[in-house]
Design a protein around this ligand. Sequence first.
Ligand code: HEM
Length: 393
Amino acid sequence: MLQQTKDCLHGETLIRFQRHQLRAVRGNIREEEVRFMVKKVSESALEQHTPVDLSKTLFSLTASIICRVALGQNFNESGFVIEQDRIEELVSEALLALGTFTCSDVFPGGLGRFFDWLFGVHKRINKVFEDLDAFYQHVIDDHLKTGAAGKKGIDSQADIVALLLDMMHKQGKKDYFQLTIDNIKAVLMNIFLAGVDTGAITMIWAMTELVRNPGVMKKAQDEIRTTLGPNKGKITEEDIDKVGYLKLIIKETFRLHPAAPLLLPRVTMSHVKINGYDIPPKTQIQLNVWAIGRDPKRWTDPEEFIPERFANSCVDFRGQHFELLPFGSGRRSCPGMSMGVASVELGLLSLLYFFDWALPEGMVSEADIDMEEAGNLTVVKKQPLLLVPVIHH
Ligand code: HEM
């Protein structure tokens, strides 16, 4: 028990430390982008009874944060190399393509390839990845042209492309590992595909559960508004640690709606035995963390959204407690966890502090909200979440 408490405290301290580190390096990109989102939602709220598409709003938020941190490019300034909508489209298309079943996965020989060719599977996959490659090349060329890549020197505000290009320029010819432009594009691909929609999906499900559970929404808003006080002009990341109930809401959202329900596939390196089953080497394994999160043997009332279940529990989502694994576990667990959690916390905190949320006209009860899921690698709410914002402060 003592060890568990120590682990809890250690985890919490670690995530705060990482957040401070991130803040020091990335400045207040997240705060600026969340403020921009609040401004846009406030504008919509002035047109009374007009619903906001929160799914779109939250995808735009995470895409803008990732674009600024990774590429140093701001959607809200003119001259961005690609339309924001197109980036969001490309990310969704790429994730869908990656999670698509291919015949050559099951029949690696000519037969599988023939059927994939017949159904045009690889053509579709190639098209979306060619478009993303062209986008990364454009951004890299832009950095090289403007000298953001090393010539001016790297400062604490440098974006990831600038840092990687700087590393590439400084490497010696005899270095064991030679970083190439292709490596940089691969890192960008990882960050884009893993970083944009996971955070948005988590916030969309959290807001969906909150409107379906008005008691939980009210408790969260009362705590947030009482703790932060009235007429606060802006929310900062320092405010996050003051509001404990929101953190329980986020944990409960991770339990019921992990953004990547099957994590990334693993392959066994040797023969293993699990629950009496023999699993030979080189077998692809998928971990269903969605099902684990709803397992009645582990959770009381597993289908219910009850954030209080975590109030006196040490169970956390950082990969040490196997009943809750929204970021995976082990060496291949999510490297963007601190950044993802910080964006989700700040985004939700602002939406709950500044606005009350009502159902759109025609929807009589919370039970009418559609909960259907869509996607394969990542699973999003199928129908956009439409809610009417009412300005509170
Ligand atoms: C709430 C937000 C996020 C969630 C729920 C999430 C979840 C996950 C999950 C489940 C995995 C697979 C882990 C495994 O199979 O064990 C993963 C991998 C990954 N995530 Fe995240 N993630 C989030 C945010 C981010 C962000 C913001 C970034 C980058 C800026 C990021 C970058 C990555 C990368 C690069 C991988 C692949 C790691 C590898 O291949 O070894 N993630 N994430």
